[in-house]
Write a protein that binds this ligand. Structure first.
Ligand SMILES: Nc1ncnc2c1ncn2[C@@H]1O[C@H](COP(=O)(O)OP(=O)(O)O)[C@@H](O)[C@H]1O
Ligand SMILES: [Mg+2]
Length: 253
């Protein structure tokens, strides 16, 4: 097995709210290997977003540590790209200008950056739309822009929080195929939260199932289906068995 690039060790998180304490995560530990695709599923409110934010250095754990390449994570790093459920594009900037924004913020704004952004737009299948504005694009296209933007720093890890959650099923399937193609082409390590079991199994090398709050990893289900995968897999018996296993772990009883 490849070296772990991302390690979570004994992560606990309690939120302080007006109504008192709310324990969101309980002793979360797992490892992700370099180049691996891991899906994270669990009931609504079980702490998936909280965990992903901690893995990205956007939120501090109360107990436990996250290590990236062996180093304890204390703040966001360029090595980690984050993709939110909502594409969060700037409506007044063109597609190209949205992708170059993170570079501009760091003071890099030349032809090299523009070319880099164009390459990424090509990778996500949006060449020709660089001068369009976000409102001119479909939801799936907007999420592609967000993926290109997340790749602009050349992160080794992509953390994705229900990125296709608001898309219809057909568009979501298309985006899943696109994501697998991008993953193959870029060899990133991906941890993706989803509430769609089909998507979780279809994409991943491993599915981590979280319990209801306080979220805890209650099962790790390896997905040993051959790659490259396409949507014919949905009709495969082994796929159906894995789907069933994940569902049974999410809602026991
Ligand atoms: N900033 C916050 N302050 C207080 N409670 C929060 C905060 N963020 C999330 N929570 C609560 O923590 C729990 C886990 O939330 P979240 O990580 O968003 O779950 P999920 O993404 O699995 O739906 C929920 O009960 C949510 O209401
Ligand atoms: Mg969430």
């Amino acid at each position: 097995m490849a070296e772990p690039i991302l390690v979570a060790e004994g992560i606990d998180k309690t939120y302080q709210s007006r109504d008192g304490e709310l324990r969101a995560l309980r002793e979360i530990s797992f490892q992700v290997s370099t180049g691996e695709f891991v899906s994270l599923v669990g009931p609504s409110g079980c702490g998936k977003t909280t965990l992903l934010r901690i893995l990205g250095g956007l939120l501090e754990a109360e107990k436990g540590v996250v290590r990236i390449d062996g180093q304890v994570l204390t703040e966001p790093r360029q090595e980690i790209g984050f993709i939110f459920q909502n594409p969060t594009l700037m409506p007044w900037r063109t597609v190209l200008k949205n992708v170059t924004l993170p570079l501009e913020i760091r003071g890099a704004n030349g032809d090299a950056q523009k070319n880099r952004a164009l390459q990424l737009l090509d990778l996500v299948g949006l060449l020709g739309f660089e001068n369009s504005y976000p409102h001119e694009l479909s939801g799936g296209m907007q999420q592609r822009v967000a993926i290109a933007r997340a790749l602009v720093y050349e992160p080794s890890i992509l953390l994705m929080d229900e990125p296709f959650g608001s898309l219809d099923a057909i568009t979501r399937n298309q985006m899943n195929l696109e994501l697998l193609r991008i993953w193959r082409a870029t060899r990133k390590t991906i941890v993706m939260v989803t509430h769609t079991i089909q998507e979780a199994v279809f994409l991943a090398d491993r599915v981590l199932v979280m319990s209801a709050r306080p979220g805890h990893i209650r099962a790790t289900i390896p997905v040993d289906l051959p790659r490259p995968r396409d949507t014919d897999l949905f009709y495969n018996e082994e796929f159906a068995a894995l789907h069933h296993r994940v569902r049974a772990m999410i809602s026991p009883g």
